[in-house]
Design a protein around this ligand. Sequence first.
Ligand code: COA
Length: 148
Amino acid sequence: MNHYTVKRAQHETEREQALDIRRRVFIHEQEVPEELEIDEHDLPDAPTIHVLAIDPKGNASGTGRLREYEPGIGKIERVAVLSAARGSGIGRLVMEKLEREAKEQGFHTLKLNAQIQAQPFYERLGYIPHGTTFMDAGIEHIAMVKTM
Ligand code: COA
């Protein structure tokens, strides 16, 4: 994992690489409907920040996105690591990059909706669960918040 780099997707090819990871993880693996997974925040002219984790061979293995939720509050969404690459710190690298981008945007708070199975991953990164669980795309979620 030390040899992974994480960068902001700068152009259309990189944005497509991010979407490709999400298609593999959320649509094919988790069976989220494509019409729910890919939304208006993924359009090429949306102000959303997408990040990519790149392995030493140049292959993209992880992604996540950040957008403004309300003034001062960012929302992290669609964090995904290819199944073969999980458990070696790439998800953490993706989150740390998204948090650096959030600071640059001036967000004082970050919000996300965690799948219940991923809640411990976000808790290790300082996110605190709020409220009760809810269903989204057929998957149980919980809202989580981190103050920067
Ligand atoms: N349950 C408990 N702990 C977990 C976990 C899980 N599901 N996933 C990761 N962790 C822990 C790791 O053990 C590690 O702990 P450590 O810091 O004590 O060593 C820490 O979280 C960081 O793990 P990392 O290796 O960076 O995570 P990853 O690269 O495997 O990525 C996900 C984590 C959740 C992004 C990845 O499993 C994934 O893409 N899952 C499918 C898509 C998904 O569920 N996305 C989240 C939607 S809300």
